[in-house]
Ligand binder design. Structure first.
Ligand code: AMP
Length: 428
């Protein structure tokens, strides 16, 4: 038997319903924010990630799926969504659009060659947002509010927003020097990767999984102490807007994020769920004011985040949150095989009028149909037999109260509308 590749999973059955529910809920939130959907390729030129996400991040250095296609091009399966969206922003000249800022959202699979464990896959699904333009701290707060609102609407209880600032380029450079000075005496004690990080990007030392528990890490300089005035003001403004939005947060100087492109605000939303271990970060993001320029575009600021589906689903299951409200409005029962054309026409008519309709596909007898109705969450049953056809009526039964009605075919939709049968999407 051929099995799925390591670190991947299938979405089937109940999981399929849950995933679709989450995607629809997120899409409906994005409509309210007036963000526009964007879809970019799953693979891109390798240099995009190696230049954009940063040569010194583990994600790019060790975890990308790189390959050559038959035309000898160097391609990479995207390990994250931002670089592709930025590439698209530049290539499609979205910066020239008079309607600024450009507010986008996306969802799709990402690929990282990591050690699979709870909440960590090699193919995983992210939903994310990127905003481009000359935006101020309000946008950082708005972007943070999106996953917060999403989790709130889902009823998640134990989630916490962690926020930090890396500062602007000037502050980042001052901080970089402070890290170099601090870690110099400990160079021999750092792991081989960190020795390299020390040379290329000392900030990355701080999220080293090997060294992070070493005693001398505890007193390492904190980004927040190296912010210049404009950066401090930016952070304070973000916090002010979060307060105004009634969003709770913790300023956590240890948040540096795993990708190289961030400036100023960085944030994560964490779940308190011991079984997820270190994989309890549900969502991460921040501001990247230099990335568009670094990738060859005009000097344009950006803010964004990405959240993972798998960890979210783990929390949803752990908190026993029921998402899948699978409901069938009407199950149409053919009383005899000779009536199937009338059934086909009725099913088509009802679906075109917006109802969720099920019917008999495998020529069950009446008892078999009732058994199937018991398996599904059916609101109304419609019976179509010779007698009904000859009288041009449909027999309808409320599957919960067992009340029965005989309705003229032409009156059927009005009748069902009056009963508010198709109210199942109202929560979304
Ligand atoms: P990142 O792109 O690393 O900032 O991650 C953003 C979010 O994507 C994380 O908070 C996780 O929810 C999710 N995520 C990242 N890597 C993985 C992975 N290997 N498997 C599952 N989810 C992931």
């Amino acid at each position: 038997m051929i099995q799925k590749p390591k670190g991947t999973y299938d979405v089937t059955g109940k999981l399929g319903l849950e995933v679709r529910y989450l995607e629809k809920l997120f899409a409906s939130i994005m409509e309210k924010y007036n963000y526009k959907y964007i879809r970019t390729p799953v693979f891109e030129a390798s240099t995009l990630f190696h230049r954009g996400v940063g040569e010194t991040s583990d994600i790019v250095k060790k975890e990308t799926y790189d390959f050559k296609d038959k035309g000898n091009r160097d391609l990479t399966l995207r390990p994250e969504g931002t670089a592709g969206v930025v590439r698209s922003f530049i290539e499609n000249k979205m910066y020239a659009d008079s309607n600024q800022p450009i507010k986008t959202w996306y969802m799709g699979s990402m690929y990282r060659y990591e050690r699979p464990q709870a909440g960590r896959y090699r193919e995983f699904y992210q939903i994310g947002v990127e905003v481009f333009g000359d935006t101020d701290a309000y946008t950082d707060a708005e972007v943070i509010s999106i996953p917060v609102n999403f989790y709130k609407m889902l009823g998640l209880k134990n989630v916490k927003v962690m926020i930090n600032s890396l500062g602007d380029q000037e502050s980042k450079e001052k901080y970089r020097q402070a890290l170099l000075d601090y870690f110099k005496p400990y160079l021999d004690e750092l792991c081989d990767d960190c020795k390299e990080r020390y040379q290329k990007n000392p900030l990355r030392i701080l999220d080293c999984k090997v060294d992070k528990d070493k005693e001398f890490f505890k007193n390492a300089p904190k980004t927040i102490d190296y912010l210049n005035e404009p950066s401090k003001n930016h952070l304070n403004d973000v916090l002010k807007y979060l307060k105004a939005m009634d969003i709770e947060y913790v300023v956590n100087p240890n948040i540096v994020r795993g990708l190289d492109y961030y400036t100023q605000t960085v944030f994560e939303v964490e779940a308190f769920m011991p079984s997820l271990g270190n994989q309890n970060v549900l969502c991460g993001g921040g501001r990247y004011d230099n990335l568009v320029k670094n990738l060859g575009g005009p000097d344009t600021k950006g803010v964004g985040f990405a959240l993972g589906m798998e960890r979210l689903l783990e929390v949803i299951h752990n908190e026993n949150i029921e998402l899948d409200k699978e409901e069938v409005d009407i199950y149409v029962v053919p009383m005899d095989i000779s009536c199937k054309d009338k059934v086909a026409s009725l099913v088509q008519y009802l679906r075109l009028n917006g109802f969720v309709v099920e019917t008999d596909y495998i020529n069950r007898n009446l008892k078999g149909n009732f058994k199937q109705i018991d398996r599904l969450n059916v609101k109304y049953i419609a019976f179509v037999g010779e007698e009904e056809i000859s009288k041009n009526i449909i027999k309808i039964k409320n599957n919960h109260t067992k009340e029965e009605y005989q309705i003229k075919f032409e009156k059927l939709i009005d009748f069902l509308d009056d009963l508010e049968v198709d109210d199942h999407e109202e929560n979304i």
